[in-house]
Design a protein around this ligand. Sequence first.
Ligand SMILES: Nc1nc2c(c(=O)[nH]1)N[C@H]1C(S)=C(S)[C@@H](COP(=O)(O)O)O[C@H]1N2
Ligand SMILES: [Mo]
Length: 205
Amino acid sequence: MTNYIEKKPKSKNYYQEGIPESVDVTNWRLRVTGMVNNPLSLSYDEIMQLPQVQQDRRMVCVCLWSIRRPWKGVLLSSVLELAGVREKGLYLKQTSIGTPEKGVYTSTIPLDPALERDALLCHSVDGAPLPLEQGYPLRLIDFGLYGYKSVKGLRILEVTDKFELGLWEARSNYGLDGTILPKVYWVVDLHANRFVDKPGEVTDF
Ligand SMILES: Nc1nc2c(c(=O)[nH]1)N[C@H]1C(S)=C(S)[C@@H](COP(=O)(O)O)O[C@H]1N2
Ligand SMILES: [Mo]
């Protein structure tokens, strides 16, 4: 269990397009489209049958808090190997399930660095399926990037050669590439402030 989890900033405040009312995983599919050799439409069960990994890794929000949690899921590389990415130097556009009222949330990240950093398609955290507001049934996390680059309630992964502005890049001055920057962060699981002294995934604590 994540330490001080009760002090974590509320996930519903980080679901700009609104939390889907419910998700029926018997109908839900993860679509993998774009510049791939074999477009995929994976069911929840098919994802659960891929090699599973559990990793304790730190997520960092651009609004200066962070949390290390035990995430479980499949490596992004496992899914993209099935799909067959056509070339190097491409991007990955993530699109959420969304809500009828507010639409979808999207974010585009550079693909090769995400694969090198073992980006994870997470279905569980703290030993249980993700709660709806934390991204059930699946979310992608590239732990080298800020949380706004990690789409909860994932529905489509599109391999593309075009970088597209996501909601936050378009609306505010958040960096376009989303790399975690050296700064002081409130560390939820340590219940303390800590200085991060280099860019990228936070592995020192
Ligand atoms: N679909 C969707 N995913 C999203 C967001 C969002 O608004 N919609 N917010 C992002 C931001 S800014 C953060 S910090 C994390 C928060 O994840 P949490 O619910 O685990 O705290 O979700 C990210 N993923
Ligand atoms: Mo965030």
